[in-house]
Design a protein around this ligand. Structure first.
Ligand code: LIP
Length: 266
């Protein structure tokens, strides 16, 4: 696991430098996916090529799942789950909350998660059973821990919205039911950043319908290793149907509110 951990960190760092230093001043949209606002830039593609090529050079038998290139098989039992830029719209607009998210899965279980947030000089890391850590560019580190003892009405909750018009309309209806029941809402634009914010105690919880495995694989391990709970509805694992992350004692009440508010529909 240590080799996977170190390879994930070094690769996230190399990709981060490329994304910051080589970002074209005239960066535009290369193409769109699920809707006209679901954008991909040339840098998304370049980052994913760099990440996969670098890891494959070190570990040629591994499998991959990348947001832009899809799935590729392997023989080692290790699968890398990669979001080359999570928060692409933020990256396109020059906003700071975008991340490089890399997770390593062994025999179907994520054991290493790394989320780099370059514009904030922060690297979130987690290894199964070894806790979660925030490393800053000045070299300082701190162990991460989710907030505890937070009641629903005092919870600061991060969320996000999809790209399809109909889904966004339903998510707004869900939000109407959630907003009066919690302290407040935050919307960063990156699921991986939101999950790491839960682990760092910067928000108390996160939920969203839509994010894919590459959006949440690494960040979910960071939350779990920071003492939080990550799941879907009714005991399901996190999935594009719904991902919920919260500190101890808050997950249950938030889950029930979201079920009641229709967060997994539309
Ligand atoms: C983003 C997610 C975020 C969601 C955004 C977008 P992308 O992923 O991380 O949680 O709210 O709409 O889907 O598309 O930037 O990789």
């Amino acid at each position: 696991m240590q080799d996977l951990f170190e390879l994930a960190i070094s690769t996230a760092e190399v990709a981060s430098v490329m994304l910051v230093d080589k970002r074209p001043a005239d960066l535009g949209v290369a193409y769109t996916k699920s809707s006209s606002t679901d954008v991909v830039t040339e840098m998304d593609k370049a980052s994913e090529r760099l990440i996969i090529d670098r890891i494959r050079a070190a570990r040629p038998g591994d499998a991959f799942l990348g947001e832009e290139s899809g799935a590729s098989g392997g023989s080692s039992g290790v699968r890398w789950i990669v979001d080359p830029i999570d928060g692409t719209v933020n990256y396109l607009y020059g906003l700071p909350d975008w991340s490089v998210s890399i997770a390593a899965e062994v025999d179907g279980e994520v054991v290493v998660g790394v989320v780099a947030v370059p514009m904030r000089g922060e690297l979130f890391t987690a290894a199964r059973g070894r806790g979660a850590t925030l490393v800053r560019e000045d070299g300082s580190t701190r162990r991460l821990g989710c907030n505890t003892g937070v009641t629903l009405d005092k919870a600061l909750v991060a969320t996000g919205f999809g790209y399809a018009v109909d889904r966004r309309a339903h998510q707004a209806e869900t939000l109407q039911r959630v907003l009066p029941r919690v302290r407040d809402i935050r919307r960063s634009g990156s699921a991986a950043v939101d999950l790491c914010s839960v682990a760092a105690g910067r928000v108390d919880a996160y939920y969203e319908r839509g994010p894919q495995e590459w959006d949440f694989a690494a960040g979910a391990l960071v939350v779990r290793e920071a003492g939080g709970t990550v799941g879907g509805l009714n005991g399901e694992p996190p999935s594009p149907e719904l991902t919920i992350a919260a500190g101890p004692g808050l997950f249950g009440p938030l889950h029930d509110l979201l079920a009641e508010a229709g967060a997994a529909r539309g």
